[in-house]
Design a protein around this ligand. Structure first.
Ligand SMILES: NC(=O)c1ccc[n+]([C@@H]2O[C@H](COP(=O)([O-])OP(=O)(O)OC[C@H]3O[C@@H](n4cnc5c(N)ncnc54)[C@H](O)[C@@H]3O)[C@@H](O)[C@H]2O)c1
Length: 429
Protein backbone atom coordinates (compact mmCIF):
# COMPACT_ATOMS: atom_id res chain seq x y z
CA UNK A 1 0.00 0.00 0.00
CA UNK A 2 1.25 3.47 -0.85
CA UNK A 3 1.25 5.95 2.02
CA UNK A 4 1.46 9.70 1.76
CA UNK A 5 3.15 11.91 4.32
CA UNK A 6 0.30 11.74 6.78
CA UNK A 7 0.27 7.93 6.44
CA UNK A 8 -3.12 7.98 4.80
CA UNK A 9 -3.42 5.37 2.02
CA UNK A 10 -3.58 7.04 -1.39
CA UNK A 11 -6.93 6.10 -2.84
CA UNK A 12 -5.66 4.91 -6.24
CA UNK A 13 -3.04 2.45 -4.92
CA UNK A 14 -3.98 -1.21 -4.44
CA UNK A 15 -3.88 -2.59 -0.91
CA UNK A 16 -2.48 -5.87 -2.31
CA UNK A 17 1.18 -6.22 -1.22
CA UNK A 18 1.88 -8.31 -4.37
CA UNK A 19 0.32 -5.84 -6.80
CA UNK A 20 2.60 -4.46 -9.55
CA UNK A 21 2.65 -1.02 -7.90
CA UNK A 22 3.61 -2.55 -4.53
CA UNK A 23 6.44 -4.46 -6.28
CA UNK A 24 7.67 -1.22 -7.84
CA UNK A 25 7.59 0.60 -4.48
CA UNK A 26 9.64 -2.23 -2.92
CA UNK A 27 12.20 -1.89 -5.74
CA UNK A 28 12.50 1.86 -5.12
CA UNK A 29 12.91 1.31 -1.39
CA UNK A 30 15.81 -1.04 -2.13
CA UNK A 31 17.82 1.69 -3.91
CA UNK A 32 17.27 4.41 -1.30
CA UNK A 33 20.59 3.64 0.50
CA UNK A 34 22.56 4.34 -2.70
CA UNK A 35 21.06 7.74 -3.48
CA UNK A 36 23.00 9.88 -0.98
CA UNK A 37 21.59 13.39 -0.55
CA UNK A 38 19.12 12.81 -3.41
CA UNK A 39 17.14 10.43 -1.20
CA UNK A 40 15.36 13.47 0.18
CA UNK A 41 13.44 13.58 -3.14
CA UNK A 42 12.59 9.87 -3.20
CA UNK A 43 8.87 10.41 -2.56
CA UNK A 44 8.76 11.95 -6.05
CA UNK A 45 9.20 8.40 -7.38
CA UNK A 46 6.62 6.88 -5.06
CA UNK A 47 3.62 8.61 -6.55
CA UNK A 48 2.58 9.26 -10.14
CA UNK A 49 2.70 12.88 -11.23
CA UNK A 50 -0.63 12.65 -13.04
CA UNK A 51 -3.38 10.04 -13.39
CA UNK A 52 -6.18 10.42 -15.92
CA UNK A 53 -9.18 8.05 -15.86
CA UNK A 54 -11.50 8.37 -18.83
CA UNK A 55 -14.84 6.98 -19.90
CA UNK A 56 -14.74 5.63 -23.46
CA UNK A 57 -18.26 5.21 -24.85
CA UNK A 58 -18.65 3.78 -28.36
CA UNK A 59 -21.48 2.75 -30.60
CA UNK A 60 -21.28 -0.97 -31.36
CA UNK A 61 -22.04 -2.36 -34.82
CA UNK A 62 -25.49 -3.52 -33.62
CA UNK A 63 -26.43 0.05 -32.60
CA UNK A 64 -26.00 -0.46 -28.83
CA UNK A 65 -23.66 1.71 -26.77
CA UNK A 66 -20.90 0.30 -24.54
CA UNK A 67 -18.63 2.09 -22.10
CA UNK A 68 -14.99 1.13 -21.45
CA UNK A 69 -12.66 2.48 -18.79
CA UNK A 70 -9.37 3.97 -19.99
CA UNK A 71 -6.28 5.33 -18.25
CA UNK A 72 -3.20 7.40 -19.01
CA UNK A 73 -0.69 7.73 -16.20
CA UNK A 74 2.29 10.08 -16.35
CA UNK A 75 4.51 8.81 -13.59
CA UNK A 76 7.39 11.26 -13.92
CA UNK A 77 8.23 14.07 -16.36
CA UNK A 78 11.36 15.48 -14.71
CA UNK A 79 13.68 14.44 -17.58
CA UNK A 80 11.35 15.05 -20.54
CA UNK A 81 7.95 14.21 -22.03
CA UNK A 82 6.15 11.05 -20.97
CA UNK A 83 6.86 7.87 -22.95
CA UNK A 84 5.12 4.53 -22.73
CA UNK A 85 2.78 2.12 -24.46
CA UNK A 86 -0.98 1.67 -24.65
CA UNK A 87 -2.41 -1.70 -23.63
CA UNK A 88 -5.86 -3.03 -24.56
CA UNK A 89 -6.64 -5.94 -22.23
CA UNK A 90 -9.57 -7.06 -20.05
CA UNK A 91 -7.29 -7.30 -16.97
CA UNK A 92 -5.92 -3.74 -17.20
CA UNK A 93 -6.14 -1.96 -13.83
CA UNK A 94 -5.06 1.47 -12.69
CA UNK A 95 -2.57 -0.15 -10.28
CA UNK A 96 -0.96 -2.03 -13.16
CA UNK A 97 -0.82 1.03 -15.43
CA UNK A 98 0.77 3.04 -12.61
CA UNK A 99 3.47 0.40 -12.14
CA UNK A 100 4.13 0.09 -15.87
CA UNK A 101 4.41 3.88 -16.15
CA UNK A 102 6.91 3.93 -13.28
CA UNK A 103 9.00 1.16 -14.89
CA UNK A 104 9.07 3.30 -18.06
CA UNK A 105 10.50 6.16 -15.97
CA UNK A 106 13.27 3.80 -14.82
CA UNK A 107 13.84 2.36 -18.31
CA UNK A 108 14.15 5.71 -20.13
CA UNK A 109 16.46 7.08 -17.44
CA UNK A 110 18.51 3.85 -17.32
CA UNK A 111 19.41 4.16 -21.01
CA UNK A 112 19.66 7.96 -20.79
CA UNK A 113 16.79 8.84 -23.16
CA UNK A 114 15.36 12.37 -22.69
CA UNK A 115 11.94 11.10 -21.60
CA UNK A 116 9.94 10.54 -18.46
CA UNK A 117 7.69 7.53 -17.94
CA UNK A 118 4.03 7.06 -18.81
CA UNK A 119 1.65 4.25 -19.73
CA UNK A 120 -1.95 3.89 -20.84
CA UNK A 121 -4.59 1.26 -21.20
CA UNK A 122 -8.22 0.45 -21.80
CA UNK A 123 -9.96 -2.35 -19.94
CA UNK A 124 -11.35 -4.21 -22.94
CA UNK A 125 -11.01 -7.53 -24.73
CA UNK A 126 -10.19 -6.35 -28.26
CA UNK A 127 -10.76 -9.83 -29.71
CA UNK A 128 -14.48 -9.25 -28.99
CA UNK A 129 -14.59 -6.06 -31.10
CA UNK A 130 -14.94 -5.74 -34.87
CA UNK A 131 -12.23 -3.73 -36.65
CA UNK A 132 -14.62 -0.76 -36.92
CA UNK A 133 -15.47 -0.97 -33.19
CA UNK A 134 -11.76 -1.16 -32.36
CA UNK A 135 -11.12 1.93 -34.49
CA UNK A 136 -13.98 3.88 -32.83
CA UNK A 137 -12.73 2.89 -29.38
CA UNK A 138 -9.13 3.86 -30.19
CA UNK A 139 -10.21 7.24 -31.60
CA UNK A 140 -12.50 8.09 -28.66
CA UNK A 141 -9.84 7.02 -26.13
CA UNK A 142 -7.25 9.15 -27.98
CA UNK A 143 -9.57 12.18 -27.91
CA UNK A 144 -10.16 11.70 -24.18
CA UNK A 145 -6.46 11.48 -23.31
CA UNK A 146 -5.72 14.23 -25.88
CA UNK A 147 -5.85 16.62 -22.93
CA UNK A 148 -2.45 15.43 -21.76
CA UNK A 149 -0.63 13.75 -24.68
CA UNK A 150 1.30 15.45 -27.49
CA UNK A 151 4.71 15.33 -29.22
CA UNK A 152 6.23 17.55 -26.50
CA UNK A 153 4.14 16.27 -23.60
CA UNK A 154 3.60 12.52 -23.69
CA UNK A 155 4.17 10.10 -26.56
CA UNK A 156 2.31 6.74 -26.53
CA UNK A 157 3.48 3.59 -28.35
CA UNK A 158 2.19 0.03 -28.92
CA UNK A 159 2.00 -2.47 -26.07
CA UNK A 160 -0.10 -5.61 -25.48
CA UNK A 161 -2.81 -5.91 -28.19
CA UNK A 162 -1.98 -2.61 -29.88
CA UNK A 163 0.00 -2.31 -33.11
CA UNK A 164 1.07 0.01 -35.93
CA UNK A 165 -2.53 0.34 -37.18
CA UNK A 166 -3.74 1.43 -33.73
CA UNK A 167 -0.90 3.98 -33.64
CA UNK A 168 -1.95 5.27 -37.10
CA UNK A 169 -5.52 5.83 -35.82
CA UNK A 170 -4.17 7.58 -32.73
CA UNK A 171 -1.91 9.84 -34.80
CA UNK A 172 -4.78 10.70 -37.17
CA UNK A 173 -7.22 11.45 -34.34
CA UNK A 174 -4.78 13.68 -32.49
CA UNK A 175 -3.89 15.45 -35.77
CA UNK A 176 -7.58 16.01 -36.63
CA UNK A 177 -8.24 17.45 -33.17
CA UNK A 178 -5.26 19.80 -33.27
CA UNK A 179 -5.57 20.79 -36.94
CA UNK A 180 -2.09 19.73 -38.09
CA UNK A 181 -0.46 16.41 -38.91
CA UNK A 182 1.52 15.49 -35.79
CA UNK A 183 3.50 12.34 -36.58
CA UNK A 184 5.56 12.74 -33.38
CA UNK A 185 2.58 12.16 -31.07
CA UNK A 186 3.01 8.36 -31.11
CA UNK A 187 5.80 5.94 -32.04
CA UNK A 188 5.57 2.45 -33.52
CA UNK A 189 3.71 3.85 -36.55
CA UNK A 190 3.70 2.34 -40.06
CA UNK A 191 6.88 3.32 -41.97
CA UNK A 192 5.13 5.59 -44.50
CA UNK A 193 3.45 7.54 -41.67
CA UNK A 194 6.72 8.48 -40.01
CA UNK A 195 7.58 5.10 -38.47
CA UNK A 196 11.20 4.05 -38.11
CA UNK A 197 13.13 1.28 -39.80
CA UNK A 198 14.42 -1.22 -37.26
CA UNK A 199 11.62 -0.55 -34.73
CA UNK A 200 9.99 -3.98 -35.07
CA UNK A 201 13.22 -5.86 -34.31
CA UNK A 202 14.59 -3.32 -31.82
CA UNK A 203 13.62 -5.04 -28.57
CA UNK A 204 15.01 -8.44 -29.62
CA UNK A 205 18.15 -6.72 -30.91
CA UNK A 206 18.59 -4.95 -27.56
CA UNK A 207 18.26 -8.30 -25.76
CA UNK A 208 21.02 -9.66 -28.00
CA UNK A 209 23.31 -6.64 -27.50
CA UNK A 210 23.01 -6.63 -23.70
CA UNK A 211 23.38 -10.44 -23.69
CA UNK A 212 26.49 -10.31 -25.88
CA UNK A 213 28.10 -7.71 -23.57
CA UNK A 214 27.14 -9.59 -20.39
CA UNK A 215 28.49 -12.88 -21.83
CA UNK A 216 31.79 -11.20 -22.69
CA UNK A 217 32.12 -9.85 -19.16
CA UNK A 218 31.57 -13.26 -17.54
CA UNK A 219 33.89 -14.98 -20.07
CA UNK A 220 31.13 -16.95 -21.73
CA UNK A 221 32.06 -17.30 -25.44
CA UNK A 222 29.01 -17.05 -27.70
CA UNK A 223 30.50 -19.49 -30.21
CA UNK A 224 28.89 -22.82 -29.31
CA UNK A 225 26.98 -21.46 -26.26
CA UNK A 226 23.60 -23.15 -25.71
CA UNK A 227 20.55 -20.85 -25.63
CA UNK A 228 17.01 -21.63 -24.42
CA UNK A 229 14.19 -19.20 -25.25
CA UNK A 230 10.72 -18.93 -23.77
CA UNK A 231 8.45 -17.07 -26.20
CA UNK A 232 9.04 -16.98 -29.94
CA UNK A 233 7.08 -13.82 -30.72
CA UNK A 234 8.46 -10.42 -31.61
CA UNK A 235 11.12 -10.33 -28.89
CA UNK A 236 12.08 -14.02 -28.55
CA UNK A 237 12.34 -14.83 -32.26
CA UNK A 238 14.54 -11.82 -33.11
CA UNK A 239 16.80 -12.42 -30.11
CA UNK A 240 17.10 -16.12 -31.01
CA UNK A 241 17.95 -15.36 -34.64
CA UNK A 242 20.63 -12.84 -33.67
CA UNK A 243 22.16 -15.22 -31.12
CA UNK A 244 22.17 -18.00 -33.74
CA UNK A 245 23.94 -15.68 -36.22
CA UNK A 246 26.55 -15.03 -33.51
CA UNK A 247 27.40 -18.73 -33.36
CA UNK A 248 25.27 -19.96 -30.44
CA UNK A 249 23.12 -23.09 -30.56
CA UNK A 250 19.37 -22.61 -29.91
CA UNK A 251 18.74 -25.82 -27.93
CA UNK A 252 15.18 -25.25 -26.62
CA UNK A 253 12.20 -23.05 -27.45
CA UNK A 254 8.90 -22.87 -25.63
CA UNK A 255 5.79 -20.93 -26.61
CA UNK A 256 2.03 -21.17 -25.95
CA UNK A 257 1.76 -24.12 -28.37
CA UNK A 258 4.48 -26.34 -26.88
CA UNK A 259 8.15 -26.95 -26.11
CA UNK A 260 10.79 -28.20 -28.56
CA UNK A 261 14.39 -29.21 -27.95
CA UNK A 262 17.41 -29.98 -30.10
CA UNK A 263 20.75 -30.27 -28.26
CA UNK A 264 22.62 -29.85 -31.58
CA UNK A 265 20.91 -26.49 -32.14
CA UNK A 266 17.89 -25.68 -34.30
CA UNK A 267 17.57 -23.30 -37.24
CA UNK A 268 15.97 -20.16 -35.79
CA UNK A 269 15.11 -18.69 -39.21
CA UNK A 270 13.36 -21.87 -40.31
CA UNK A 271 11.56 -21.99 -36.96
CA UNK A 272 10.37 -18.42 -37.59
CA UNK A 273 8.91 -19.53 -40.94
CA UNK A 274 7.23 -22.50 -39.23
CA UNK A 275 5.69 -20.22 -36.57
CA UNK A 276 4.45 -17.81 -39.26
CA UNK A 277 2.76 -20.74 -41.06
CA UNK A 278 1.43 -22.73 -38.09
CA UNK A 279 1.01 -20.13 -35.32
CA UNK A 280 3.43 -21.79 -32.88
CA UNK A 281 6.60 -23.86 -32.48
CA UNK A 282 4.73 -27.15 -32.05
CA UNK A 283 5.31 -29.62 -34.87
CA UNK A 284 8.68 -28.17 -36.00
CA UNK A 285 10.34 -31.15 -37.70
CA UNK A 286 13.98 -30.39 -36.89
CA UNK A 287 13.50 -30.72 -33.11
CA UNK A 288 11.97 -33.09 -30.57
CA UNK A 289 8.81 -32.20 -28.60
CA UNK A 290 9.33 -31.97 -24.83
CA UNK A 291 7.22 -31.68 -21.73
CA UNK A 292 6.57 -28.00 -20.93
CA UNK A 293 7.87 -28.29 -17.36
CA UNK A 294 11.11 -29.91 -18.62
CA UNK A 295 12.01 -26.57 -20.24
CA UNK A 296 13.35 -25.38 -16.88
CA UNK A 297 15.79 -28.33 -16.65
CA UNK A 298 17.29 -27.87 -20.13
CA UNK A 299 21.10 -27.88 -20.22
CA UNK A 300 21.92 -24.38 -21.48
CA UNK A 301 24.28 -21.45 -20.93
CA UNK A 302 21.89 -18.59 -21.67
CA UNK A 303 18.17 -18.51 -20.82
CA UNK A 304 15.92 -15.87 -22.39
CA UNK A 305 12.44 -15.53 -20.86
CA UNK A 306 10.66 -13.52 -23.58
CA UNK A 307 7.01 -14.40 -23.09
CA UNK A 308 5.16 -13.73 -19.86
CA UNK A 309 5.63 -12.14 -16.47
CA UNK A 310 6.10 -14.14 -13.25
CA UNK A 311 7.75 -17.20 -14.88
CA UNK A 312 10.80 -17.73 -12.64
CA UNK A 313 9.76 -18.49 -9.07
CA UNK A 314 12.14 -19.87 -6.45
CA UNK A 315 11.51 -23.52 -7.44
CA UNK A 316 12.27 -22.92 -11.12
CA UNK A 317 15.24 -20.71 -10.20
CA UNK A 318 16.71 -23.75 -8.37
CA UNK A 319 16.47 -25.84 -11.55
CA UNK A 320 17.81 -23.41 -14.15
CA UNK A 321 21.14 -24.58 -15.60
CA UNK A 322 22.10 -21.33 -17.38
CA UNK A 323 24.90 -18.97 -16.29
CA UNK A 324 23.12 -15.98 -17.77
CA UNK A 325 19.42 -14.99 -17.77
CA UNK A 326 18.32 -12.24 -20.20
CA UNK A 327 14.93 -10.75 -19.31
CA UNK A 328 13.34 -10.04 -22.70
CA UNK A 329 9.86 -10.05 -21.15
CA UNK A 330 8.71 -7.50 -18.61
CA UNK A 331 8.82 -8.88 -15.06
CA UNK A 332 9.55 -12.57 -15.83
CA UNK A 333 11.39 -13.16 -12.52
CA UNK A 334 9.60 -13.04 -9.18
CA UNK A 335 11.54 -11.40 -6.30
CA UNK A 336 12.01 -14.78 -4.56
CA UNK A 337 13.30 -16.31 -7.84
CA UNK A 338 15.67 -13.38 -8.18
CA UNK A 339 17.14 -14.09 -4.73
CA UNK A 340 17.71 -17.76 -5.60
CA UNK A 341 19.40 -16.91 -8.92
CA UNK A 342 21.67 -14.47 -7.10
CA UNK A 343 22.58 -17.06 -4.43
CA UNK A 344 23.39 -19.56 -7.17
CA UNK A 345 25.66 -17.07 -8.96
CA UNK A 346 23.47 -16.89 -12.07
CA UNK A 347 23.71 -13.44 -13.64
CA UNK A 348 20.40 -11.73 -14.52
CA UNK A 349 20.32 -8.83 -17.01
CA UNK A 350 17.06 -7.22 -15.82
CA UNK A 351 14.15 -6.19 -18.03
CA UNK A 352 14.62 -2.48 -17.31
CA UNK A 353 17.84 -2.52 -19.33
CA UNK A 354 17.62 -5.80 -21.31
CA UNK A 355 14.39 -4.98 -23.21
CA UNK A 356 14.95 -1.21 -23.49
CA UNK A 357 15.90 -1.53 -27.19
CA UNK A 358 12.27 -0.93 -28.20
CA UNK A 359 11.91 2.39 -26.42
CA UNK A 360 15.36 3.41 -27.68
CA UNK A 361 14.31 3.04 -31.33
CA UNK A 362 10.99 4.73 -30.42
CA UNK A 363 13.17 7.66 -29.36
CA UNK A 364 14.91 7.51 -32.76
CA UNK A 365 11.48 7.53 -34.45
CA UNK A 366 10.42 10.63 -32.48
CA UNK A 367 13.69 12.42 -33.37
CA UNK A 368 13.31 11.50 -37.06
CA UNK A 369 9.70 12.75 -37.08
CA UNK A 370 10.76 16.11 -35.63
CA UNK A 371 13.52 16.60 -38.16
CA UNK A 372 11.56 14.97 -41.03
CA UNK A 373 14.81 13.28 -41.93
CA UNK A 374 14.91 9.50 -41.87
CA UNK A 375 17.85 7.24 -41.12
CA UNK A 376 18.90 3.97 -42.73
CA UNK A 377 18.33 0.72 -40.84
CA UNK A 378 22.09 0.35 -40.50
CA UNK A 379 22.39 3.79 -38.84
CA UNK A 380 19.62 2.84 -36.45
CA UNK A 381 21.17 -0.51 -35.51
CA UNK A 382 24.62 1.03 -34.96
CA UNK A 383 23.19 3.77 -32.71
CA UNK A 384 21.03 1.25 -30.81
CA UNK A 385 24.05 -0.98 -30.24
CA UNK A 386 26.12 1.92 -28.88
CA UNK A 387 23.42 3.21 -26.52
CA UNK A 388 22.71 -0.26 -25.12
CA UNK A 389 26.39 -1.16 -24.76
CA UNK A 390 27.31 2.14 -23.07
CA UNK A 391 24.28 1.96 -20.75
CA UNK A 392 25.09 -1.57 -19.64
CA UNK A 393 28.74 -0.65 -19.05
CA UNK A 394 27.79 2.18 -16.68
CA UNK A 395 25.21 0.02 -14.87
CA UNK A 396 27.83 -2.73 -14.51
CA UNK A 397 30.32 -0.27 -12.96
CA UNK A 398 27.62 0.85 -10.50
CA UNK A 399 26.85 -2.77 -9.59
CA UNK A 400 30.56 -3.46 -8.98
CA UNK A 401 31.00 -0.27 -6.95
CA UNK A 402 28.16 -1.01 -4.52
CA UNK A 403 28.29 -4.84 -4.82
CA UNK A 404 24.65 -4.96 -5.86
CA UNK A 405 22.73 -6.84 -8.57
CA UNK A 406 22.35 -5.40 -12.06
CA UNK A 407 18.63 -4.85 -11.28
CA UNK A 408 19.30 -2.72 -8.23
CA UNK A 409 22.15 -1.00 -10.09
CA UNK A 410 19.84 -0.08 -13.00
CA UNK A 411 17.37 1.40 -10.50
CA UNK A 412 20.20 3.25 -8.74
CA UNK A 413 21.52 4.75 -12.00
CA UNK A 414 18.02 5.68 -13.18
CA UNK A 415 16.82 7.10 -9.85
CA UNK A 416 19.97 9.22 -9.52
CA UNK A 417 19.37 10.73 -12.97
CA UNK A 418 15.67 11.38 -12.30
CA UNK A 419 16.17 12.88 -8.86
CA UNK A 420 19.13 15.01 -10.01
CA UNK A 421 16.84 16.46 -12.68
CA UNK A 422 14.17 16.97 -10.02
CA UNK A 423 16.62 18.83 -7.79
CA UNK A 424 18.17 20.94 -10.58
CA UNK A 425 14.77 22.02 -11.89
CA UNK A 426 13.68 22.96 -8.38
CA UNK A 427 10.18 22.90 -6.99
CA UNK A 428 7.57 25.08 -8.67
CA UNK A 429 6.46 27.60 -7.46
N1 LIG B 1 7.59 -6.04 -28.37
C1 LIG B 1 8.30 -5.14 -27.71
O1 LIG B 1 8.80 -4.16 -28.29
C2 LIG B 1 8.53 -5.30 -26.24
C3 LIG B 1 9.25 -4.28 -25.56
C4 LIG B 1 9.55 -4.45 -24.19
C5 LIG B 1 9.08 -5.59 -23.53
N2 LIG B 1 8.34 -6.54 -24.21
C6 LIG B 1 7.88 -7.69 -23.45
O2 LIG B 1 8.35 -8.90 -24.05
C7 LIG B 1 7.41 -9.95 -23.84
C8 LIG B 1 7.06 -10.57 -25.19
O3 LIG B 1 6.55 -9.55 -26.04
P1 LIG B 1 6.36 -9.79 -27.62
O4 LIG B 1 6.16 -8.45 -28.22
O5 LIG B 1 7.42 -10.69 -28.13
O6 LIG B 1 4.96 -10.56 -27.62
P2 LIG B 1 4.39 -11.55 -28.75
O7 LIG B 1 2.92 -11.56 -28.55
O8 LIG B 1 4.95 -11.24 -30.09
O9 LIG B 1 5.01 -12.97 -28.32
C9 LIG B 1 4.68 -13.58 -27.11
C10 LIG B 1 5.24 -14.99 -27.11
O10 LIG B 1 4.96 -15.58 -25.83
C11 LIG B 1 4.45 -16.89 -26.04
N3 LIG B 1 3.60 -17.35 -24.95
C12 LIG B 1 2.35 -16.95 -24.64
N4 LIG B 1 1.88 -17.67 -23.61
C13 LIG B 1 2.86 -18.53 -23.26
C14 LIG B 1 2.98 -19.54 -22.27
N5 LIG B 1 1.98 -19.81 -21.44
N6 LIG B 1 4.14 -20.24 -22.19
C15 LIG B 1 5.16 -19.99 -23.05
N7 LIG B 1 5.10 -19.06 -24.00
C16 LIG B 1 3.96 -18.33 -24.11
C17 LIG B 1 3.68 -16.76 -27.33
O11 LIG B 1 3.43 -18.03 -27.93
C18 LIG B 1 4.62 -15.90 -28.17
O12 LIG B 1 5.63 -16.72 -28.74
C19 LIG B 1 6.26 -9.30 -23.07
O13 LIG B 1 6.52 -9.45 -21.70
C20 LIG B 1 6.37 -7.84 -23.44
O14 LIG B 1 5.79 -6.99 -22.46
C21 LIG B 1 8.06 -6.41 -25.54
Amino acid sequence: MLLNETSTPLSFASADPHSPWATYIAQVDRVAPYLGHLSKWIDTLKRPKRVLIVDVPIEMDDGSVRHFEGYRVQHNLSRGPGKGGIRFHPDVTLDEVMALSAWMTIKTAGVGLPFGGAKGGVRVDPSQLSVKELERMTRRYTSEIGLIIGPQRDIPAPDVNTNAQVMAWMMDTYSMNTGATATGVVTGKPIHLGGSLGRVKATGRGVFVTGREAARRINLPLEGARVAVQGFGNVGSVAAQLFAEAGTRIVAVQDHSGTIVNPAGLDALKLGEHVARHGGVRGFEAAEPADSDAFWDVECDILIPAALEGQIDSARAQRIKARLVLEGANGPTLPEGDDVLQERGILVVPDVICNAGGVTVSYFEWVQDFSSFFWTEEEINVRLDKIMTDSLRYIWQTADKHRITLRTATFAVACERILSAREERGLYP
